[in-house]
Design a protein around this ligand. Structure first.
Ligand code: 5GP
Ligand code: ZN
Length: 114
């Protein structure tokens, strides 16, 4: 989608601090980090939100989650862990309508979220 900010990052039209890329996905640091480690894992396919994902996207979703865990460990979170978050639509606090997994680490997270 030409007007989607994350699609524009994927196309290289907007710079990002990329930590991983393959044919299916991109992972890059959040521009407004909420923790010492905060990056996003996104599919290259434009999917508006988790609730727009289709059955055929199941394997892609699995790859995203698996890579999110692997990258969290690489970024120094293997011992103390991390928080993996998918905000969905307005009540979920989603502000960019391109499915993304937040990975937050390097500090203790609160529960429940506000
Ligand atoms: P959401 O609120 O939709 O779950 O998360 C969107 C995230 O994208 C926010 O944490 C926000 O800081 C991040 N973000 C928005 N625009 C950009 C951008 O242009 N570059 C990067 N790296 N992150 C962005
Ligand atoms: Zn998009």
């Amino acid at each position: 989608m030409s007007d989607c900010i994350f699609c524009r990052i994927i196309k290289g039209e907007i710079p990002s601090d990329t930590i991983y890329e393959d044919g299916d996905m991109l992972a890059f640091r959040d521009i407004t980090p909420q923790a010492p480690v905060h990056f996003l894992v996104i599919p290259k396919k434009h999917i508006g939100s988790l609730m727009e994902a289709e059955r055929e996207d199941a394997s892609l979703l699995g790859k995203l989650l698996h890579k999110a865990g692997e990258l969290a460990a690489e970024q120094g979170c293997s011992e103390r862990g991390a928080r993996f978050v998918i905000n969905c639509k307005s009540d979920g606090g989603q502000t960019v309508d391109h499915l993304h997994i937040h990975v937050l680490g390097g500090r203790m997270m609160m529960w429940p979220p506000g």
